[in-house]
Design a protein. Structure first.
Length: 759
């Protein structure tokens, strides 16, 4: 489900640096959280591990797993799960399949036709097979193009083009005095998670929503199209879920509880995450006659796409008939769960996962990530046979049902929530993987660990370390002198917050587990996302064709898992976390000032008559309304708790340096077990059992996907979103709630520091 930014052009530096001149050996400085002795042992095992993943096997797994469409409920989805189970067992892991029953609608009736305003036209809604691509013709097994969890409906109305269909696009419509009330909107994919588009359209009174892939974004404007190149062909369509995950993720009928056979379910017709209006995705071939028939004002420059037409807003005279009905059926899920038991702390779990279901054949999404998971499991199995005994339990998961709404991971973790909250050390996710630069997002308490691991893995193209290439690339794309200076001087590269786009989301947002999400990318453009062309032929012609980066992903994620499973003292770091939280608090304050300044300027221009004077009097123009100046907010509780966390992190750092002195003899102490328990609980301290306002499923107070951004995450989300929605009282209350979890975190870190100092 994850969608990475497509980089149409980027700077491939011909690096003048020598390759990692220094190959890490067992004699290097001890790894964070390891005594000198245990670090030497760990490094030897890790080197053995990183030498094991084999690109030929990655290729072989991908060919097998993508041989047929394998969406939720399909025969090949089950077949793949059984094959994965057999593989994990063959590698020596203790594996089983855990099943759930979930609501997964599939199309029964789909229609888009232009009934007025232009030549009568019926959309094809069908992706054609490509002769040289051997799996593209498996039509009887392919899910038709649709958006899962669309409302059923048969509607006819004038067509309005709404650009990306995000809230600010509707403000532009307001300035033109245009409304979408009673209309069908057509929005292009991009700039927000797709489910936001029908949600915002319905909030503005639209009765239907069409989403199309504009060639400017991932078609011919960006590069050669498939099968000559990797970008989206004329009739390629992006499928995808539009389930409204504002309130919760997972199966729509079982919020917050596992979708087991005997679970108490909501009735299907009350499924709360279904959209309120019908929605269908189409290709740019199907969109062109519709968009061409729209008249009315010419769009602003930023709204133009790559079709050879004049983009206009409407409404009409193009009139569209849109019909969408689903079979609302229950389908089985097959999560494959495989364990390597811990030798010393079997009740401390390090979890790694990637989903196995796809929209169609799904080579890039998700199999490119899943094959790395499999090679990691095989390589770790080899280590176990050679005598390696991880201290903690390692759990490898191949999730089902990620595409419709993270169903497999969420139902599993809701079923085992209490046990997972108490036992989970961390969760490491991947989804898609391509060629290029390491991408990392996740919990800032694991930022240092991710950086340390990236320093120990070699980039296959440049032979620099993955970390060095990540740093240098970030320097070339940074947008300020300050950012570049920081990239050169800060010990660790910053990682982004994880959003809602893949299976880490339930761990982070529902359980409060520290997560990391890894994937390489940035060198190959792709326009096959969620289409029938995301298959083995495409991947082996236009992406990581020799699976060199599949091996890199296995090395990065597997090394992370080993370090978490073997460390004497868990490698959580609170300095990066505290410093990042400080930037969030300053960011909120700056945002408050900006909101006030923006409103002052807005009102001044209104008084000056600037809006009307600069509008064309021959065209309709509606000036915006005067706005109230946002009040000053009291950020002191957040500042104080963030400062407390900064002090606690410094105490922890000092205690850690003390414990690591003299070869880290203190790290052999038996009392470390108690400190590790405190570290495991530390991320949970950032959660509020009542959840975010209006979104009780989302319990993490510092990270959450945005209500109006979807994939994209927000920091201190309750405060940020209340401010964005101008709900000042709620913002003040949310400041108190976020300050409380930061104070709790500070107390936890401080207590762990005191115990560590006393060793
Ligand atoms: Zn995916």
């Amino acid at each position: 489900m994850i969608r990475r930014t497509i980089l149409a052009s980027f700077f491939v530096a011909v690096f003048s640096f020598a390759p990692i001149g220094h190959h890490l050996t067992a004699d290097d400085a001890p790894l964070a959280g390891f005594s000198a002795d245990s670090s030497r042992t760990e490094r030897r095992w890790e080197e053995k591990f990183r030498a094991t993943p084999d690109p030929a096997k990655l290729r072989e797994y991908m060919q097998r797993l993508t041989a047929h469409p394998h969406n939720v409920g399909s025969p090949y989805d089950k077949d793949n799960a059984e094959w994965l189970l057999a593989k994990f067992k063959e590698f020596g892991l203790d594996a089983h399949i855990e099943s759930f029953s979930v609501l997964f609608p599939t199309p029964k009736e789909r229609l888009v036709e232009l009934v007025a305003g232009g030549p009568r036209f019926t959309a094809k809604l069908q992706e054609p097979a490509v002769p040289q691509d051997p799996t593209s013709n498996q039509q009887s097994e392919q899910l038709p193009t649709y958006n899962a969890y669309s409302a059923d409906g048969d509607v006819t109305g004038p067509l309005v083009y709404v650009n990306y269909g995000i809230p600010e696009d509707y403000e532009t419509l307001d300035r033109h005095g245009l409304s979408v009330k009673g209309a069908i909107v057509i929005a292009r994919y991009g700039h927000a998670w797709r489910g936001i588009k029908p949600k915002v359209a319905a909030e503005h009174g639209a009765i239907g929503c069409i989403i199309y892939s504009d060639p400017r974004d991932d078609g011919y404007s960006a590069g050669e199209t498939f099968p000559n190149g990797g970008l989206r062909p004329r009739e390629g369509v992006q499928r995808g879920s539009v389930q409204d995950s504002t309130e919760f993720m997972g199966d729509p009928l079982t919020p917050s509880i596992g979708a087991t056979a005997d679970a108490k379910r909501l009735p299907i017709k009350n499924a709360p995450t279904t959209t309120t209006i019908p929605v269908l995705p189409i290709s740019y071939a199907d969109a062109t006659p519709l968009l061409s028939a729209i008249t009315g004002p010419v769009v602003p420059e930023a709204w133009r796409g790559g079709l050879p037409i004049t983009y206009r807003i409407g409404p009409g005279p193009a009139k569209v008939h849109l019909k969408m009905f689903s079979n609302w059926e229950m389908k089985p899920l097959y999560d494959v769960i495989a364990k390597i038991p811990g030798s010393q702390f079997p009740d401390e779990w390090v979890i790694r996962g990637n989903h196995h279901d796809a929209w169609v054949n799904g080579a890039e999404d998700p199999i490119s990530g899943l094959v790395a998971v499999l090679e990691e499991a095989r390589s770790l199995g080899e280590l176990v046979k050679a005598g390696w005994k991880p201290k903690r339990t390692i759990i490898y998961c191949a999730w089902d049902g990620e595409e419709p709404g993270l169903l497999g991971s969420v139902e599993w973790l809701e079923t085992h929530a209490d046990e997972l909250r108490s036992k989970t050390v961390a969760y490491v996710n991947s989804d898609t993987n391509d060629r290029g630069f390491l991408g990392v997002d996740g919990a800032h308490s694991l930022e240092k660990l991710a950086n340390d691991v990236a320093r120990d893995v070699q980039d296959p193209e440049t032979k620099l370390s993955v970390w060095k290439r990540w740093q240098l690339r970030s320097i070339t794309t940074a947008n300020s002198d300050e950012a570049r200076a920081e990239l050169r001087s800060r010990t660790d590269l910053r990682i982004d917050i994880s959003g809602g786009g893949s299976d880490h989301a339930g761990f982070q947002n529902f359980l409060g587990v520290a997560v990391l999400n890894y994937g390489f990318g940035g060198e190959d453009e792709g326009g096959i996302y969620h289409s029938i062309y995301d298959d083995f032929y495409w991947y082996t012609h236009f992406s990581d064709t020799d699976f060199a980066y599949g091996k890199s992903l296995a090395q990065v994620a597997g090394t992370t898992i080993m370090r978490l499973a073997d460390a004497d003292l868990l490698p959580f770091d609170f300095s990066d976390q505290a410093e990042t939280v400080q930037t969030y608090v300053r960011g909120l304050q700056a945002f408050g000032v900006k909101q006030q300044n923006d409103v002052r300027e807005h009102n001044l221009e209104l008084e000056e008559g600037a809006f009307t004077a600069s509008a064309d009097p021959k065209e309709k123009y509606v000036p915006p309304a005067k706005q109230g100046i946002p009040p000053h907010m009291n950020f002191a509780p957040l500042q104080n708790s963030a400062d407390a966390l900064t002090r606690a992190a410094a105490e922890y750092q000092k205690a850690l340096a003390h414990a690591e002195a003299n070869g880290g003899a203190a790290l052999a102490s038996a009392s470390l077990a108690e400190i590790n328990r405190m570290l495991i609980d530390s991320e949970r301290k950032l959660t509020n059992p009542e959840g975010l306002p209006g979104r009780s499923w989302y319990k993490h107070e510092i990270y959450a996907p945005g209500v109006y951004t979807g994939y994209e995450a927000k920091a201190i989300p309750a405060v940020r979103e209340a401010m964005e929605q101008k709900q000042w009282r709620l913002a003040e209350q949310s400041i108190a709630a976020a300050a409380k979890v930061l104070s709790d975190e500070a107390a936890q870190v401080s207590a762990a520091a005191a115990k560590l100092a006393a060793l």
